[in-house]
Design a binder for this molecule. Structure first.
Ligand code: ATP
Ligand code: MG
Length: 402
């Protein structure tokens, strides 16, 4: 069975090059080797855009078309819409019970976004809960990997903490304590004491060495103790790490090599900064935008030599240009051998070339909106099967399976 990948995006506007280079590129790459689940995070969009339902409505399917344009393959990946799966809300509610408020308040994205989106009132319950809702989205599919941009990494980290806490609180099977005690007795007196010592060390320091030593004791028992069972091994290995059973596995973040693509002004490319180039922006518009980019502020005249390190165009060269072009830029810029418009041209050409296949694939889907709805429908039902199963496990673990 392939391990699962999960990621989502908010339908708050046309996707831009930052979304492609930061996340979508990985989405496309991962579908060969993983069971990929990609979803429209419309509830997450509401956390900041609760006053703009038209924006969200307009962008849901348009964003799916951007994904398909980028090369996401609906035959291999499961595409769905968050709000169609109330199971996410149920898990969010259950996780909310034991999640310390301070974990959410200290999220760097929380303060950053409040600061950045000053025109919106984000002192809401929903916005504070953004990362926890994301944790529910990830954990409900027991995802192993989460491909996102750098700004999202703290959210995957809190998801890991939430999972760890859940497993610690509820990852106990019925009769767990008795079964553990019985297995420990069977290790023999000295080994039992040594095992407990390692378990304690791991609990306090998280040391991998303690785990290895504890595991060695268990493996020794498996080899030497008469009718030692698989079950006893499993039980003790889980116990060693502080839980009986992993109900919700901890996911890992996957970043691309351009986890943070700068925008036209050099700051992170972002819809709310108005510094974006959309994935399906018209070539004439791409040309206009890049030609209009500010360059090294100290290169006032064509004859002044410049410094690429002070120029946002140079950051685009890092993503789009070959080593030869980059050498040409450094040489030409620092010697005033080329002008800024000369320097911008290879970037313009590279962006337009990159967009060509996207535009072509999108056109095919734009002609058949029903087809896009249908494949999201199919994906939503596939996701529902997995989400329902996890909720059964979660309710059972929490004692809610009356
Ligand atoms: P924006 O940041 O443009 O306002 P958004 O925050 O509404 O977009 P999200 O749905 O939060 O969009 O982000 C979708 C994905 O794209 C996330 O994985 C995010 O990390 C990534 N991403 C967004 N902008 C960039 C960027 N400039 N560089 C790299 N990755 C990015
Ligand atoms: Mg974002």
């Amino acid at each position: 069975m392939k391990s699962r990948v999960l990621s989502g995006m908010r339908p708050t506007g046309a996707l831009h090059l930052g979304h492609y280079h930061g996340a979508l590129k990985n989405w496309v790459r991962l579908q060969d080797d993983y069971d990929c689940f990609y979803f429209v995070a419309d509830w997450h969009a509401l956390t900041t855009h609760y006053e703009d339902r038209e924006v969200i409505e307009r962008n849901v399917y348009d964003m799916v078309i951007d994904w398909l344009a980028a090369g996401v393959d609906p035959e291999r990946a499961t595409l769905f819409i968050q709000s169609r799966l109330p199971e996410h809300a149920e898990l969010f509610t259950l996780l909310a019970m034991g999640t310390p408020l301070a974990w959410l308040e200290r999220m760097p994205t929380y303060k950053d976004q409040m600061e950045k989106l000053k025109d919106r009132d984000l002192a809401t319950y929903g916005f504070l809960g953004y990362p926890l809702l994301q944790a529910a989205d990830i954990l409900i599919y027991k995802a192993a990997y989460v491909p996102v941009g750098e700004d999202q990494a703290p959210h995957v980290e809190i998801t890991r903490e939430v999972a760890r806490r859940f497993n610690h609180l509820y990852g106990r099977i019925p009769g767990f304590e008795q079964k553990i005690a019985a297995a420990i007795v069977r290790l023999g007196k000295d080994d039992a004491r040594y095992y407990e010592k390692q378990r304690k060390a791991y609990g306090e320091t998280g040391s991998a060495e303690a785990i290895a030593k504890g595991e060695a004791i268990v493996r020794k028992a498996a080899a030497n103790v008469a009718d030692w069972t698989e079950d006893e091994t499993e039980l003790l290995l889980g116990h060693l790490k502080g839980s009986g059973k992993t109900v919700l596995p901890e996911p890992q973040v996957l970043l691309t090599e351009t986890a943070k693509l700068p925008g036209l002004d050099g700051a992170k490319m972002s819809k709310s900064y108005g510094n974006t180039i959309a994935m399906r922006e018209e070539p004439a518009e791409v040309t206009r935008k890049i030609r209009g980019m500010k360059t090294d502020p100290q290169r006032g005249r064509r004859t002044d030599p410049g410094d690429p390190e002070r120029c946002p165009v140079w950051q685009f060269h890092q993503v789009y240009s070959t080593p030869e072009v980059k050498d040409w830029v450094v040489q030409g810029c620092t010697s005033a051998g080329i002008g800024c418009l000369d320097c911008k041209q290879p970037v313009i050409d590279a962006v337009i070339a990159e967009q060509a296949p996207w535009r072509e694939r999108a056109a095919a889907y734009l002609d058949e909106p029903k087809k896009v709805h249908w494949l999201v429908e199919a994906g939503t039902e596939r996701a529902r099967l997995v989400a329902r199963q996890t909720m059964k496990d979660v309710r059972l673990a929490m004692g809610l399976a009356y």
